[in-house]
Design a binder for this molecule. Structure first.
Ligand SMILES: Cc1ncc(COP(=O)(O)O)c(C=O)c1O
Length: 411
């Protein structure tokens, strides 16, 4: 292999021999692009004309007043085309696919946001597209499946294992091994074998670059804390990268699910339930049992429901540079509702984890403090989950009526 990379003891490239030439090609293409100043300019240009960059930094005036503590800002990744930070990564990888001369892309998806973003990128650049998605996630996120298919992608349900994100990743890797000549695997987060953690964080660093500039222009100082939710870790690394060398506290918020003491969560770095291991091409903290079998995870937010975590974040935790916390499903739904009512912002349930932790800490902070919460995506996709969780009677009768209409029209 031409190159691998470790972050402390985490990372590396644990890949089948058959994939080595493809990884070498990708490492070469990425390194060449990174060293070519015109590439970043091309990337910023496409993100500002096709997506919505720079995304705004919104002052949450009402929440600031409500808590009476720090000035609260929200970085609006929800305003990206396709509704989440995932666009930053897929458009960057799409430009690399063009450079490598490949014609087909495949991807895994959990919440569906990365799948929609990849299918959109494929439509824009004219690539064939296949998306792997766990059966459980397909059931949780049907609207996203609908859009992926309308965008021209083939969505393949994964029925192996626990039928969620990790199983979709395994299936995508199998496809790649068989079709690597014309196919690029658009991994959706800062995990996997080198160069994915590095490459995905490189594209997502646009969030941190903008946020740092925006807050210093507006407040003439840096924030005290920055909050981001952590699934695989890409939006967190994206915003944290702008403040890593500054005296700014960085807080990563994982899925506390039904509570850390119930075993039904997806907290790798905030709980004591994870152990260091090697799987899916890289070394990091995984939620696994004493025999190394991956454990079942749970979160109300499909995009945080993953057994592993970016090796870069595992290292930042070991170094004490990032503090990791978790928010339970209930805390997340409360934070989601409060954000809607107070600010008219609709965070994705994933992003609402960052809001929940910030809200827990805000009452103990001073008015001199500034915090930034990364709103990684918008919550429209979560309408079914939220309506269920809040037991909204009008929504329920609307769905029942719609189902009756479908039943009758099929007769
Ligand atoms: C809106 C949103 N936020 C966050 C995540 C978590 O991913 P990551 O930790 O890579 O940012 C997802 C994943 O699907 C997502 O859709």
């Amino acid at each position: 292999m031409i190159e691998t990379k470790y972050y402390g003891e985490f990372g590396g490239s644990f890949i089948p021999e058959i994939l080595v030439p493809t990884f070498d090609q990708l490492v070469n293409a990425f390194n060449a692009a990174r060293n070519d100043p015109s590439f970043w300019a091309e990337y910023v240009d496409i993100m500002s004309t096709y997506s919505c960059r720079p995304t705004p930094l919104t002052f949450a005036e009402n929440l600031t007043r409500y808590f009476g503590g720090p000035r609260i800002y929200v970085k609006r990744e929800d305003l990206n085309h396709t509704g989440a930070h995932k666009a930053n990564n897929v458009m960057g990888q799409g430009l690399l696919v063009k450079r490598m001369g490949k014609t087909r892309v495949i991807a895994e998806t959990g919440a569906g946001q990365h799948g929609v973003a990849t299918a959109t990128m494929a439509a824009k650049f004219g690539f064939e597209c296949t998306i792997y998605m766990g059966q459980v996630d397909i059931e949780r996120q049907s609207p996203n499946v609908f859009w992926m298919e309308r965008l021209g992608a083939e969505v393949i349900p994964v029925k192996d294992g626990t039928r969620i994100l990790k199983d979709a990743i395994n299936e995508a890797l199998r496809d790649w091994s068989a079709n690597m000549d014309n196919t690029h695997y658009v991994l959706g987060t800062a995990c996997g074998a080198h160069p994915y953690p590095e490459m995905v964080s490189y594209f997502q660093s646009i969030i941190g670059k903008e946020a740092r500039k925006q807050i210093t222009e507006r407040e003439h100082r840096l924030p005290s804390r920055v909050y981001a939710c952590v699934g695989g870790g890409s939006n967190a690394l994206g915003i944290f990268s702008g403040f890593l060398d500054d005296p700014v506290e960085l807080v990563g918020v994982e899925a506390g699910g039904k509570g850390l003491d119930t075993g039904l969560h997806a907290s790798r770095l905030a709980s004591r339930d994870a152990a260091i291991g090697v799987a899916q091409g890289y070394k990091t903290y995984f939620l696994q049992d004493s025999e190394g079998q991956m454990q079942k995870t749970h979160s109300v937010a499909a995009g945080l429901d993953y057994v592993g975590v970016s090796p870069i974040l595992s290292n930042l935790k070991e170094q004490g540079r990032v503090r990791f916390e978790s928010a339970t499903d209930t805390e997340v739904l409360d934070a989601f509702s409060l954000t809607l009512k107070k600010e008219g912002l609709v965070p994705a349930l994933e992003s609402a984890h960052a809001f929940a932790q910030a809200f827990k800490e805000a009452p103990d902070m001073s008015r001199e403090d500034i915090i930034i919460i990364n709103q990684s995506g918008r919550g429209d996709k979560d309408i079914f989950l939220v309506a269920d969780a809040l037991a909204d009677p009008e929504w329920r009768s609307f769905i029942i009526k719609k189902a009756e209409e479908y039943k009758n029209s099929k007769k």
